[in-house]
Design a protein around this ligand. Structure first.
Ligand code: PEP
Ligand code: MN
Length: 348
């Protein structure tokens, strides 16, 4: 439930609404906006008597949020959420953001080599798994803490922000310590204790859509994170299971405009896991930007043939540089821009 204040409501009137909501046994979340302030009533509001709130001075109207997900919905907050990282990259604003890097962090040489080439091509966020959720227990599971340290080293050298995955509540702590964004993988989208732990971490969270999850499921999972007090959530369309075996997954680009209308959270696309095939990554990355994605995440490896995971879908660095040019062109055509590159800023 949302208590919308009149545009000239005083601080005292807003505070009275907050206190009243708390007296009624609910949490209150003030939501300042450009036009007016609203106060959210957080919790199961099915039985709330709205007339008590409507009668308070300075209250314009009380709105029942119709969706099961509340705080992530556009009904709750009309303005799009923008997340600003320490290196200045903004996610959810007019700029299209590019996150790139290998599937897994494999060695210092590999991650430093690829990071400098990605930065050169204009990417501002480096991806790379230190903890890998693999379908087989016999596949490479990642370098763990050492991988996180190598990512931090790559950030020191290039100025790129880091996104890397936490696979369980235990790994949220170390990932939050080293990374700028905590990734939650498709296989974990409904791991509710992990979502809660990521919500309490205070770090931005990249939440990937589960391979059999609806958009509603995705938004309800995001609500778990926001309900812990962390509004910095980025959604990611990474493909769902289809019936056609030509691609690894079915990249659901329709989800992008759908999410944009239902939620104020930013959404990016991952055409690498979405297609599983190097030759299909570039066209689908272009399509995702054209469809209105706030960014793309792509796997790039200095030597894909020798990659320890997902080599077949990893771009060569030269292909990535070409893709960046194309993304710039598409972004311009739809009235957006590419996130400013780090090339002008000094590195440590
Ligand atoms: C990844 O990004 O490395 C990954 C494992 O992706 P997903 O969770 O989408 O499969
Ligand atoms: Mn991968």
């Amino acid at each position: 439930m949302l208590v919308v204040m009149a545009h000239n409501a005083t601080d005292l009137e807003i505070q009275t609404v907050v206190t009243t909501i708390r007296e009624m046994g609910y949490e209150a979340a003030p939501i300042p906006g450009k036009q007016r302030t609203a106060v959210g009533l957080v919790g199961n509001d099915g039985k709330v008597d709205a007339s008590r709130l409507e009668a308070l001075s300075g209250v314009l109207q009380v709105i029942h949020v119709s969706q099961p997900y509340k705080q992530v919905s556009r009904e709750w907050r009309e303005e799009s959420t923008v997340i600003t990282l320490a290196n200045g990259t903004r996610i959810g604003a007019d700029e299209v953001v590019v996150m790139a890097g290998p599937c897994s962090v494999e060695s210092e040489e590999q991650i430093l080599d690829i990071a400098s080439r990605l930065r050169e091509a204009g990417a501002t966020i480096l991806r790379g798994g230190a903890y890998k959720p693999r379908s087989s227990p016999y596949s490479f599971q990642g370098l763990g803490l050492e991988g996180l340290r190598l990512l931090a080293r790559a950030r020191d050298v290039t100025g790129m922000a880091i996104v890397t995955e936490a696979i369980d509540p235990e790994t949220v702590g170390p990932v939050a310590e080293y990374a700028d964004i905590i990734q939650i993988g498709a296989r974990n989208m409904q791991n509710f204790s992990l979502l809660r732990a990521a919500g309490r971490s205070g770090r931005p969270v990249l939440l990937k859509r589960g391979m059999a999850a609806t958009v509603k499921d995705l938004l309800l999972s995001a609500e778990y994170i926001v309900a812990e007090g962390n509004g910095q959530v980025i959604l990611c369309e990474r493909g769902v299971r289809g019936f056609d075996t030509h691609t690894r997954n079915l990249l659901d680009l329709t989800a992008i405009p759908v999410v944009k209308s239902l939620s104020h959270l930013p959404i990016i696309a991952d055409p690498s896991h979405g297609t599983g095939l190097r030759s299909k990554v570039i066209p689908m990355a272009r399509a995702a930007v054209a469809a209105g994605a706030d960014g793309v995440m792509v796997e790039v490896h200095p030597d894909p043939e020798r990659a320890l995971s997902d080599g077949a879908q990893s771009l060569y660095p030269e292909q990535f540089a070409e893709l960046m040019q194309q993304i710039q062109t598409i972004a311009t055509a739809i009235g957006r821009d590419l996130a400013p590159s780090l090339l002008a800023s000094p590195t440590a």
